[in-house]
Design a protein. Structure first.
Length: 572
């Protein structure tokens, strides 16, 4: 008995990412049709440009399009998309050299239901562009115009070029944007250094549904402006800022938290935070579930203890750089960590093995732990070791004392580990890494770059789920690389930069066996001949990006040939 198409759609929709649709689409034409209709997002890169018209027809229900590493004519591609009739709601044109004004106007003439637009890191963004965004897409609910590239607005000696001042975003542009976007809920203004408190006044006065504001590195926005925005924006749930408290914290700013009744996420990174401020936030009785105090100064254990005692329902906590913390203080704070799913304690140099394994044992919901540049590897393990199957990601890079014993213990405590990052941990050898891989068969991403103790990594067991391997600067040879190719059938990204012992023979072993491989970085692999690249592209159609060994420069004809086969070949 055949299942109805609706049943298959319901089953396939449980897959966590559209990359898993590809093998299903090869089963039969019916599955191909179903997966084509289920796909909702598409990333456009240089290699996909030639096949883009076909892709837009193949996936008729795309709602999200993003451009990544794209160097073509953005205006013409947006014009093409506008003719597709897609139900597009989200567009990401970030990190492009110029604002695609003509393309967005063309898109708006056909698609006006866009609700999300990401224009971060765009070159030459100016007030008139913001006004056009508002005119073109009045239904926008989320806008990211953070960190525009103002390089063109400065003279060679670094001073502001008055002729180019009109090329910067100012309060006038924010007013024009806010006046048109009545449904705006989220906006990131970070890095727009010439906007002032007036920009926040415009947003809070015109955008009644505003719930999230990002204002990092906005030098002319003051505490008074932030306080006013918090007071006037009754629906505000998230605010991200930095540099607060220089030289002191304004009383108006302190009092504003009593008005932030809906605030769920608070980011005060790189600020001078007093215990007084932490106490006021604690007493405001906010519905806070995310708190970021990364690289903040002046607060003490007493201040953070009092705040956490009031917010025991926090799910996300970032205390990076809080150097007063030690193993004993973390044990005290862990009493309030019952609901944590994420914690960042990087750059807390007094923390050792005791903290890592106590967190695993005392935080039953914890899934991500960041403890980079701490003192892991020092001190004995706690007397009681508790297995925590919820921990999925460990980011432990730049811990010089981290060793194989700690890795073996981590593999025992975290049997369902999916992501492990031990970049620049010189005390770890292949013995410790292999122990983790044998015990944690759910590993998807392994980052062991610059681990000087890892001399080789020959595998004699399967890693059925490994997709990303960052092995930059290791001493692995062709035999180890061939074993990786044979045992890691789902590998999609492989970074071998600076692996000097690798030759074309090892690369061939990976290309032949890794049928899902999309990216390979061979920079500084100077024993790999550039002559193999054409064979790589033709032998493995899944390849989308290859970074060549240093000194290898593809000709324009070669680059175009590889692009026609869907692969971007970059100069090392």
């Amino acid at each position: 008995m055949e299942l109805p198409e609706e049943c298959w759609e319901s089953i396939f929709s449980f897959l966590e990412h559209h990359r898993y649709f590809e093998p299903l689409s090869l089963v039969c034409k019916r599955f191909l049709s179903i997966t084509n209709h289920l796909r909702r997002s598409l990333t456009i890169t240089d290699p996909t440009l030639e096949s883009l018209p076909h892709l837009l027809l193949r996936f008729p229900n795309l709602t999200t399009i993003a451009f990544r590493d794209f160097h073509g004519n953005l205006d013409s591609v947006l014009s093409l998309i506008s003719q597709s009739g897609l139900p597009l709601t989200s567009l990401d044109v970030s990190c492009h050299k110029c604002f695609p004004l003509l393309g967005l106007k063309c898109l708006a003439s056909k698609i006006r239901i866009l609700t999300e637009l990401n224009c971060s890191n765009i070159g030459s963004l100016k007030d008139s562009d913001l006004i056009e965004i508002g005119n073109c897409f009045p239904s926008l609910e989320a806008v990211d115009i953070s960190y525009p590239d103002h390089g063109c607005g400065f003279s060679p000696n670094g001073s502001l070029d008055s002729k180019s001042f009109s090329g910067l975003v100012t309060d006038y542009g924010i007013l024009g944007l806010a006046s048109s976007l009545r449904r705006l809920r989220k906006i990131d203004l970070s890095g727009n250094t010439f906007i002032t408190d007036q920009a926040l006044v415009s947003l809070s006065s015109n955008c009644m549904f505003l719930t999230e504001i990002g204002i990092r590195d906005c030098d002319f926005i003051t505490q008074n402006g932030i306080a006013l925005a918090i007071r006037k924006t009754g629906n505000l749930k998230s605010i991200f800022m930095n540099g607060i408290g220089i030289p002191s914290i304004d009383v108006c700013f302190l009092d504003s938290f009593s008005y932030a009744r809906s605030l769920c996420e608070l980011d005060l990174s790189n600020s001078f935070i007093s215990d007084e401020l932490l106490c006021l936030v604690a007493e405001a009785n906010l519905p806070l579930n995310k708190l970021v105090l990364s690289r903040c100064f002046c607060f003490t254990f007493d201040g953070i203890y009092f705040l956490l005692s009031k917010y025991q329902f926090l799910a996300y906590l970032d205390l990076e750089g809080a150097n007063f913390l030690n193993d004993e203080s973390i044990i005290e704070l862990a009493k309030f960590f019952g609901n944590l799913t994420f914690i960042n304690l990087s750059l807390c140099s007094k923390l050792t093995n005791s903290t890592l394994f106590n967190l695993m044992g005392n935080c039953p919901l914890l899934t991500i732990i960041n403890m980079e540049r701490t003192n892991l590897g020092v001190e004995a393990f706690p007397a009681e070791i508790v297995v925590n199957p919820r921990v999925k990601s460990l980011h432990l890079g730049w811990n010089n004392n981290l060793n194989d014993e700690c890795m073996k213990m981590a593999s025992y405590v975290c049997p369902n580990l999916e992501v492990l990052d031990v970049t620049y941990c010189s005390g770890i050898t292949e013995e410790g890494i292999l122990e983790v891989l044998k015990s944690c068969l759910q590993i998807r991403c392994l980052e062991i770059s610059r681990c000087q103790g890892v001399n080789n990594l020959e595998l004699d067991f399967e890693l059925p789920k490994l997709e990303v391997l960052q092995a930059e600067g290791l001493a692995i040879n062709d035999e180890a690389l061939a074993s990786i190719g044979k045992r890691c059938g789902r590998l999609s990204r492989l970074n071998l930069e600076g692996c000097l012992n690798v030759t074309a023979r090892g690369v061939e072993g990976v290309i032949v066996n890794c049928k899902a491989l999309k990216e390979m970085n061979l920079r500084w692999c100077n024993n790999v001949s550039v002559d193999i690249v054409a064979w790589m592209v033709l032998s493995r159609p899944s390849l989308r990006k290859i970074t060549l060994p240093c000194g290898s420069v593809p000709t324009a004809n070669q680059r175009n040939f590889f692009l026609r086969h869907g692969c971007l070949v970059c100069q090392g």
